[in-house]
Design a protein around this ligand. Sequence first.
Ligand code: GDP
Length: 296
Amino acid sequence: MASNLTERLSRLVKTMRGQSRITESNVQDMLREVRMALLEADVALPVVRDFIARVKEKSLGAEVVSSLTPGQVLVSIVQKELAATMGEGIADIDLAVQPPAIILMAGLQGAGKTTTTAKLAKHLIEKRKKKVLTVSADVYRPAAIEQLKTVTAQAGAEWFPSTPDQKPRDIALAAIDFAKKHYFDVLLFDTAGRLAIDEVLMAEIKELHALLKPVETLFVVDAMQGQDAVNTAKAFKDALPLTGVVLTKLDGDSRGGAALSVRQITGVPIKFAGVSEKIDGLEVFDAERHAGRVLG
Ligand code: GDP
Protein backbone atom coordinates (compact mmCIF):
# COMPACT_ATOMS: atom_id res chain seq x y z
CA MET A 1 0.00 0.00 0.00
CA ALA A 2 1.34 3.42 -0.93
CA SER A 3 0.54 4.87 2.45
CA ASN A 4 -0.83 2.31 4.80
CA LEU A 5 -3.92 2.68 6.87
CA THR A 6 -2.06 2.82 10.15
CA GLU A 7 0.01 5.75 8.89
CA ARG A 8 -3.01 7.50 7.47
CA LEU A 9 -4.92 7.13 10.72
CA SER A 10 -2.06 8.16 12.95
CA ARG A 11 -1.76 11.39 10.98
CA LEU A 12 -5.43 12.01 11.68
CA VAL A 13 -5.09 11.12 15.32
CA LYS A 14 -2.53 13.92 15.65
CA THR A 15 -4.99 16.46 14.30
CA MET A 16 -7.51 15.37 16.90
CA ARG A 17 -5.21 15.91 19.85
CA GLY A 18 -6.65 18.01 22.62
CA GLN A 19 -10.22 17.26 21.60
CA SER A 20 -12.48 15.73 24.19
CA ARG A 21 -15.13 14.40 21.86
CA ILE A 22 -15.49 12.89 18.39
CA THR A 23 -17.03 15.31 15.92
CA GLU A 24 -18.90 14.34 12.80
CA SER A 25 -16.14 15.85 10.72
CA ASN A 26 -13.54 13.67 12.52
CA VAL A 27 -15.57 10.63 11.52
CA GLN A 28 -15.88 11.81 7.92
CA ASP A 29 -12.12 12.40 7.69
CA MET A 30 -11.38 9.01 9.15
CA LEU A 31 -13.84 7.23 6.85
CA ARG A 32 -12.26 8.88 3.83
CA GLU A 33 -8.84 7.53 4.81
CA VAL A 34 -10.20 4.04 5.48
CA ARG A 35 -11.99 4.01 2.13
CA MET A 36 -8.84 5.07 0.26
CA ALA A 37 -6.67 2.50 2.02
CA LEU A 38 -9.10 -0.36 1.36
CA LEU A 39 -9.48 0.57 -2.30
CA GLU A 40 -5.70 0.70 -2.61
CA ALA A 41 -5.58 -2.78 -1.09
CA ASP A 42 -7.92 -3.80 -3.97
CA VAL A 43 -10.88 -4.62 -1.77
CA ALA A 44 -14.06 -4.71 -3.89
CA LEU A 45 -16.14 -1.54 -3.83
CA PRO A 46 -19.38 -3.04 -2.41
CA VAL A 47 -17.35 -4.64 0.37
CA VAL A 48 -15.66 -1.31 1.10
CA ARG A 49 -19.06 0.43 1.23
CA ASP A 50 -20.49 -2.08 3.70
CA PHE A 51 -17.39 -1.85 5.84
CA ILE A 52 -17.50 1.96 5.88
CA ALA A 53 -21.19 1.93 6.79
CA ARG A 54 -20.53 -0.32 9.79
CA VAL A 55 -17.57 1.75 10.99
CA LYS A 56 -19.59 4.93 10.57
CA GLU A 57 -22.47 3.66 12.64
CA LYS A 58 -20.15 2.56 15.43
CA SER A 59 -18.08 5.75 15.32
CA LEU A 60 -20.92 8.23 15.48
CA GLY A 61 -22.31 6.61 18.58
CA ALA A 62 -18.94 6.01 20.22
CA GLU A 63 -18.26 7.23 23.72
CA VAL A 64 -14.85 8.68 24.39
CA VAL A 65 -13.60 7.18 27.60
CA SER A 66 -11.23 9.35 29.59
CA SER A 67 -8.18 7.16 29.05
CA LEU A 68 -8.36 7.42 25.24
CA THR A 69 -8.29 10.33 22.81
CA PRO A 70 -11.01 10.56 20.13
CA GLY A 71 -8.42 9.56 17.54
CA GLN A 72 -7.51 6.42 19.45
CA VAL A 73 -11.16 5.49 19.84
CA LEU A 74 -11.71 5.76 16.07
CA VAL A 75 -8.60 3.74 15.25
CA SER A 76 -9.67 1.00 17.60
CA ILE A 77 -13.16 0.88 16.00
CA VAL A 78 -11.56 0.42 12.56
CA GLN A 79 -9.19 -2.28 13.82
CA LYS A 80 -11.96 -4.21 15.55
CA GLU A 81 -14.26 -4.05 12.54
CA LEU A 82 -11.48 -5.22 10.23
CA ALA A 83 -10.71 -8.17 12.49
CA ALA A 84 -14.41 -9.03 12.80
CA THR A 85 -14.87 -8.93 9.01
CA MET A 86 -11.81 -11.07 8.40
CA GLY A 87 -12.87 -13.61 11.02
CA GLU A 88 -11.27 -14.69 14.22
CA GLY A 89 -8.13 -16.72 14.71
CA ILE A 90 -7.70 -20.02 12.97
CA ALA A 91 -10.36 -22.26 11.41
CA ASP A 92 -9.26 -25.87 11.02
CA ILE A 93 -10.45 -28.53 8.61
CA ASP A 94 -13.33 -30.61 9.90
CA LEU A 95 -12.66 -34.36 9.79
CA ALA A 96 -15.15 -35.44 12.43
CA VAL A 97 -17.16 -37.85 10.32
CA GLN A 98 -17.23 -41.53 9.56
CA PRO A 99 -14.15 -42.03 7.32
CA PRO A 100 -13.42 -41.25 4.62
CA ALA A 101 -13.90 -37.54 5.29
CA ILE A 102 -14.45 -36.11 1.83
CA ILE A 103 -13.08 -32.71 0.92
CA LEU A 104 -14.37 -31.17 -2.31
CA MET A 105 -12.11 -28.64 -4.01
CA ALA A 106 -13.90 -26.01 -6.11
CA GLY A 107 -12.68 -23.00 -8.05
CA LEU A 108 -11.77 -21.63 -11.45
CA GLN A 109 -9.06 -23.16 -13.62
CA GLY A 110 -5.67 -21.78 -12.66
CA ALA A 111 -6.79 -20.81 -9.15
CA GLY A 112 -4.50 -23.43 -7.70
CA LYS A 113 -6.91 -26.29 -6.96
CA THR A 114 -4.64 -29.16 -7.96
CA THR A 115 -1.58 -27.70 -6.25
CA THR A 116 -3.64 -27.00 -3.14
CA THR A 117 -5.10 -30.51 -3.13
CA ALA A 118 -1.58 -31.94 -2.86
CA LYS A 119 -0.48 -29.33 -0.32
CA LEU A 120 -3.52 -30.14 1.79
CA ALA A 121 -2.78 -33.87 1.50
CA LYS A 122 0.70 -33.23 2.86
CA HIS A 123 -0.68 -31.06 5.64
CA LEU A 124 -3.22 -33.70 6.70
CA ILE A 125 -0.60 -36.47 6.62
CA GLU A 126 1.97 -34.54 8.61
CA LYS A 127 -0.12 -32.45 10.99
CA ARG A 128 -3.20 -34.64 11.45
CA LYS A 129 -1.59 -38.05 10.87
CA LYS A 130 -4.20 -39.07 8.31
CA LYS A 131 -4.14 -41.58 5.49
CA VAL A 132 -5.02 -39.51 2.43
CA LEU A 133 -6.30 -40.40 -1.04
CA THR A 134 -6.61 -37.89 -3.89
CA VAL A 135 -8.63 -38.12 -7.08
CA SER A 136 -9.30 -35.80 -10.01
CA ALA A 137 -12.62 -35.46 -11.80
CA ASP A 138 -11.16 -33.06 -14.37
CA VAL A 139 -12.11 -35.24 -17.32
CA TYR A 140 -11.76 -32.32 -19.70
CA ARG A 141 -8.02 -31.97 -19.19
CA PRO A 142 -6.01 -35.21 -19.09
CA ALA A 143 -2.98 -33.09 -18.14
CA ALA A 144 -4.75 -32.02 -14.95
CA ILE A 145 -5.25 -35.66 -13.92
CA GLU A 146 -1.55 -36.34 -14.56
CA GLN A 147 -0.59 -33.20 -12.64
CA LEU A 148 -2.54 -34.42 -9.62
CA LYS A 149 -0.78 -37.76 -9.85
CA THR A 150 2.63 -36.07 -9.81
CA VAL A 151 1.96 -33.67 -6.95
CA THR A 152 0.19 -36.34 -4.89
CA ALA A 153 3.37 -38.44 -5.07
CA GLN A 154 5.36 -35.42 -3.87
CA ALA A 155 2.95 -35.08 -0.96
CA GLY A 156 3.41 -38.71 0.04
CA ALA A 157 -0.30 -39.40 -0.41
CA GLU A 158 -2.02 -41.97 -2.59
CA TRP A 159 -3.63 -41.12 -5.94
CA PHE A 160 -6.72 -42.81 -7.31
CA PRO A 161 -6.61 -43.15 -11.12
CA SER A 162 -9.26 -41.57 -13.30
CA THR A 163 -9.47 -41.18 -17.08
CA PRO A 164 -11.00 -38.58 -19.45
CA ASP A 165 -13.54 -41.09 -20.78
CA GLN A 166 -15.15 -41.50 -17.35
CA LYS A 167 -18.07 -39.50 -16.01
CA PRO A 168 -17.22 -37.38 -12.93
CA ARG A 169 -19.96 -39.14 -10.91
CA ASP A 170 -18.53 -42.57 -11.76
CA ILE A 171 -15.09 -41.39 -10.68
CA ALA A 172 -16.63 -40.20 -7.42
CA LEU A 173 -18.38 -43.51 -6.73
CA ALA A 174 -15.27 -45.55 -7.54
CA ALA A 175 -13.01 -43.36 -5.41
CA ILE A 176 -15.35 -43.51 -2.39
CA ASP A 177 -15.56 -47.27 -2.73
CA PHE A 178 -11.78 -47.61 -2.92
CA ALA A 179 -11.25 -45.22 0.01
CA LYS A 180 -13.65 -47.24 2.16
CA LYS A 181 -12.15 -50.59 1.25
CA HIS A 182 -8.63 -49.39 1.97
CA TYR A 183 -9.42 -47.48 5.15
CA PHE A 184 -8.46 -44.01 4.00
CA ASP A 185 -9.24 -41.26 6.53
CA VAL A 186 -9.57 -38.53 3.93
CA LEU A 187 -10.54 -38.36 0.26
CA LEU A 188 -9.49 -35.13 -1.45
CA PHE A 189 -11.64 -34.59 -4.51
CA ASP A 190 -10.19 -32.26 -7.16
CA THR A 191 -12.67 -30.95 -9.72
CA ALA A 192 -12.61 -29.37 -13.16
CA GLY A 193 -12.36 -25.62 -13.38
CA ARG A 194 -13.12 -23.32 -16.27
CA LEU A 195 -11.49 -20.04 -17.13
CA ALA A 196 -14.69 -18.22 -16.33
CA ILE A 197 -17.88 -19.06 -14.48
CA ASP A 198 -19.80 -21.56 -16.54
CA GLU A 199 -23.28 -22.95 -15.97
CA VAL A 200 -22.47 -26.47 -17.15
CA LEU A 201 -19.53 -26.62 -14.80
CA MET A 202 -21.58 -25.32 -11.88
CA ALA A 203 -24.28 -27.91 -12.54
CA GLU A 204 -21.64 -30.64 -12.59
CA ILE A 205 -20.02 -29.61 -9.33
CA LYS A 206 -23.44 -29.29 -7.66
CA GLU A 207 -24.22 -32.84 -8.71
CA LEU A 208 -20.87 -34.02 -7.39
CA HIS A 209 -21.53 -32.27 -4.10
CA ALA A 210 -24.88 -34.03 -3.72
CA LEU A 211 -23.26 -37.36 -4.42
CA LEU A 212 -20.11 -36.96 -2.32
CA LYS A 213 -21.73 -35.22 0.69
CA PRO A 214 -18.36 -33.72 1.59
CA VAL A 215 -17.58 -32.64 5.14
CA GLU A 216 -15.64 -29.71 3.68
CA THR A 217 -16.30 -27.83 0.44
CA LEU A 218 -13.36 -25.53 -0.10
CA PHE A 219 -13.44 -22.66 -2.54
CA VAL A 220 -9.95 -22.13 -3.93
CA VAL A 221 -9.32 -18.59 -5.14
CA ASP A 222 -6.32 -16.68 -6.40
CA ALA A 223 -5.51 -13.71 -4.14
CA MET A 224 -4.01 -11.87 -7.08
CA GLN A 225 -7.48 -11.60 -8.61
CA GLY A 226 -8.04 -8.82 -6.09
CA GLN A 227 -11.54 -7.41 -6.37
CA ASP A 228 -12.36 -9.68 -9.33
CA ALA A 229 -12.38 -12.54 -6.83
CA VAL A 230 -15.74 -11.22 -5.67
CA ASN A 231 -17.73 -12.35 -8.71
CA THR A 232 -16.17 -15.79 -8.64
CA ALA A 233 -16.81 -16.09 -4.92
CA LYS A 234 -20.47 -15.09 -5.38
CA ALA A 235 -21.02 -17.68 -8.11
CA PHE A 236 -19.48 -20.53 -6.10
CA LYS A 237 -21.26 -19.51 -2.93
CA ASP A 238 -24.61 -19.52 -4.75
CA ALA A 239 -23.92 -22.95 -6.25
CA LEU A 240 -22.46 -24.77 -3.25
CA PRO A 241 -22.70 -24.77 0.54
CA LEU A 242 -19.07 -23.74 1.03
CA THR A 243 -17.39 -24.49 4.34
CA GLY A 244 -14.15 -22.63 3.79
CA VAL A 245 -11.84 -20.77 1.46
CA VAL A 246 -8.25 -21.36 0.41
CA LEU A 247 -6.62 -18.14 -0.72
CA THR A 248 -3.75 -19.03 -3.06
CA LYS A 249 -0.80 -17.01 -4.36
CA LEU A 250 -0.76 -14.76 -1.33
CA ASP A 251 3.00 -14.59 -1.92
CA GLY A 252 2.36 -12.56 -5.08
CA ASP A 253 -0.17 -10.19 -3.55
CA SER A 254 1.18 -7.45 -1.34
CA ARG A 255 -2.17 -5.75 -0.89
CA GLY A 256 -4.16 -8.47 0.75
CA GLY A 257 -7.58 -7.07 -0.17
CA ALA A 258 -9.01 -10.25 -1.73
CA ALA A 259 -9.16 -11.88 1.70
CA LEU A 260 -11.50 -9.23 3.02
CA SER A 261 -13.73 -9.34 -0.06
CA VAL A 262 -13.92 -13.12 -0.27
CA ARG A 263 -14.51 -13.52 3.46
CA GLN A 264 -17.35 -11.03 3.38
CA ILE A 265 -18.99 -12.40 0.22
CA THR A 266 -18.82 -16.09 1.10
CA GLY A 267 -19.46 -15.71 4.82
CA VAL A 268 -17.16 -18.68 5.51
CA PRO A 269 -13.69 -18.64 7.04
CA ILE A 270 -10.51 -18.57 5.02
CA LYS A 271 -8.89 -21.79 6.24
CA PHE A 272 -5.60 -21.87 4.36
CA ALA A 273 -3.34 -19.60 2.37
CA GLY A 274 -1.05 -20.68 -0.47
CA VAL A 275 2.28 -18.94 -0.11
CA SER A 276 4.45 -20.57 -2.79
CA GLU A 277 4.31 -23.00 -5.70
CA LYS A 278 6.05 -25.66 -3.62
CA ILE A 279 4.30 -28.58 -2.01
CA ASP A 280 4.93 -27.19 1.47
CA GLY A 281 3.74 -23.70 0.52
CA LEU A 282 0.49 -23.85 2.46
CA GLU A 283 -0.18 -22.03 5.71
CA VAL A 284 -3.07 -22.23 8.09
CA PHE A 285 -4.72 -18.83 7.63
CA ASP A 286 -4.53 -16.55 10.62
CA ALA A 287 -7.33 -14.01 10.21
CA GLU A 288 -6.12 -11.57 12.83
CA ARG A 289 -2.62 -11.49 11.45
CA HIS A 290 -3.96 -10.89 7.97
CA ALA A 291 -6.19 -8.07 9.23
CA GLY A 292 -2.99 -6.50 10.54
CA ARG A 293 -1.45 -6.87 7.10
CA VAL A 294 -4.31 -5.07 5.36
CA LEU A 295 -4.06 -2.39 8.03
CA GLY A 296 -0.38 -2.02 7.17
P1 GDP B 1 -5.91 -25.40 -10.98
O1 GDP B 1 -6.14 -25.19 -12.45
O2 GDP B 1 -6.91 -24.63 -10.16
O3 GDP B 1 -5.81 -26.82 -10.58
O4 GDP B 1 -4.51 -24.67 -10.67
P2 GDP B 1 -3.05 -25.30 -10.47
O5 GDP B 1 -2.97 -26.05 -9.19
O6 GDP B 1 -2.63 -26.01 -11.70
O7 GDP B 1 -2.20 -23.98 -10.27
C1 GDP B 1 -2.05 -22.99 -11.30
C2 GDP B 1 -0.68 -22.34 -11.15
O8 GDP B 1 -0.62 -21.58 -9.95
C3 GDP B 1 0.47 -23.34 -11.10
O9 GDP B 1 1.54 -22.84 -11.84
C4 GDP B 1 0.82 -23.39 -9.61
O10 GDP B 1 2.16 -23.72 -9.40
C5 GDP B 1 0.52 -21.97 -9.18
N1 GDP B 1 0.20 -21.84 -7.75
C6 GDP B 1 -0.75 -22.51 -7.05
N2 GDP B 1 -0.77 -22.10 -5.76
C7 GDP B 1 0.19 -21.15 -5.63
C8 GDP B 1 0.66 -20.33 -4.53
O11 GDP B 1 0.17 -20.37 -3.41
N3 GDP B 1 1.69 -19.47 -4.82
C9 GDP B 1 2.24 -19.37 -6.07
N4 GDP B 1 3.23 -18.50 -6.23
N5 GDP B 1 1.82 -20.12 -7.10
C10 GDP B 1 0.82 -21.00 -6.91
